[in-house]
Design a protein around this ligand. Structure first.
Ligand SMILES: [Cu+2]
Length: 374
């Protein structure tokens, strides 16, 4: 079974295109997914789509070969003259409909998940060794309210480890679907432990509630490059132009940019896109994100990165002669590093710092600077 999956992964990679080949020299697989949603997209492609495509291609090939060899004029000199067969017509109408349904239903679910920005929220409470009841304000729109245990994560964080509690076994909930819900734990969390209750309707395939965005990035495509605005963090824009050939490695040429954009790891990032001239598309394979950037309109999607690192994407809407020269580079970093970067960008734009990032800056500063800061 593993071998078969690997074969399908390989076939999938052949279809995945050149950007992937550039990422891993000699590699043919898709880039490992870096979000829960991307994992689902890969499952859809590798496990559902590729086997169906492969089976259909082999079946059609077999039919063709059968007709070519069995019914050529030599082996079948007097052909039969019938023109209809009701049974076979029903079969070749109904089976493709079933196949299309099997593909369409999970793909609609994925499209919906990519399209709807999560709105989950959390409360964090300190344990005191006594309290067992915690109020979760379920004040979403009526249709978005937490209505069952599947929309809820109850987590105990003791500072070093987090464990997720189980409905009924570890806690009970009063007031599903109402505006004020009470989560009652069976055992009171100890002093020093934190209770984190997350609720929302966007739940990923791991059962985690996806939280509302903490960062919104407006990606503006132009011929030929991207500008990225961070409206939550002040009036600054990061212009990303393709790095010149001598400013990067051969593997990253046409993927690397002069100014990467940064996002914090493990947080929901909302991407809105638009363009100033023609239609572009903001595409980032590791997050399974691809959204058109259309002049005069705003599109949006989102992602939530699992791992830190630098990831590359490209404009994916043929937009003119330098279409292949407008890469996107996203650096996923820790929250403190993100905040330090935001303040740096704000400083470039002549704005006051927004965060207390002394602790991050001290790490870079010389001992004399650190002493002066105290
Ligand atoms: Cu473009």
């Amino acid at each position: 079974m593993k071998k078969i999956t690997a074969a399908f992964l390989g076939l999938g990679a052949l279809c995945a295109g050149t950007a992937v080949a550039q990422m891993t020299p000699g590699g043919i697989g898709m880039q490992p997914p870096n979000s829960a949603l991307a994992e689902e997209v890969h499952w859809f492609h590798n496990i559902l789509l590729m086997p169906i495509i492969t089976a259909i291609s082999l079946f059609v090939l077999a039919l063709l070969l059968w007709i070519v060899f069995r019914y050529n004029s030599k082996s079948n000199p007097t052909p039969r003259k019938f023109s209809h067969n009701t049974m076979i017509e029903i079969v070749w109408t109904v089976i493709p409909i079933l196949i299309l349904l099997a593909i369409a239903l999970p793909s609609f679910e994925l499209l919906y998940k990519e399209d709807v920005i999560p709105d989950g929220k959390q409360i964090v409470a300190q344990g005191d060794g006594q309290t067992i009841d915690f109020v979760f304000p379920n004040d979403f729109d009526e249709r978005r309210r937490v209505a069952r245990a599947g929309h809820l994560n109850v987590i105990i964080d003791d500072g070093s480890e987090r464990r997720t509690l189980k409905n009924r076994k570890d806690f009970r909930v009063d007031g599903f679907g109402e505006t004020n819900m009470v989560v009652s734990l069976n055992e009171p969390p100890a002093r020093g432990e934190r209770v984190i209750i997350r609720g929302g309707r966007n739940v990923n395939h791991r059962g985690e509630v996806e939280m509302a965005p903490t960062v919104t990035i407006k990606a503006i495509g132009f011929q030929w490059g991207w500008r990225h605005a961070y409206p939550d963090f002040g009036d600054f824009e990061v212009s990303s132009l393709m790095a010149a050939e001598d400013q990067t490695t051969p593997e990253l040429y046409r993927l690397e940019v002069d100014n990467r954009i940064l996002v914090p790891v493990g947080e929901t990032i909302r991407i809105t896109t638009t363009a100033t001239d023609v239609i572009h598309a903001w595409a980032m394979p590791v997050f399974a994100v691809k959204v058109d950037a259309v002049p005069g309109r705003i599109n949006e999607t989102w992602f939530n990165a699992d791992r830190e690192g630098v990831y590359y994407g490209q404009c994916s809407e043929i937009c003119g002669i330098k279409h292949s020269f407008m890469p996107i580079a996203v650096e996923v970093v820790s929250r403190p590093a993100f905040e330090a970067w935001v303040d740096e960008q704000r400083a470039f734009a002549g704005l006051e710092p927004m965060f207390e990032t002394d602790n991050v800056k001290l790490a870079d500063a010389s001992p004399a600077d650190a002493a002066a800061a105290e």
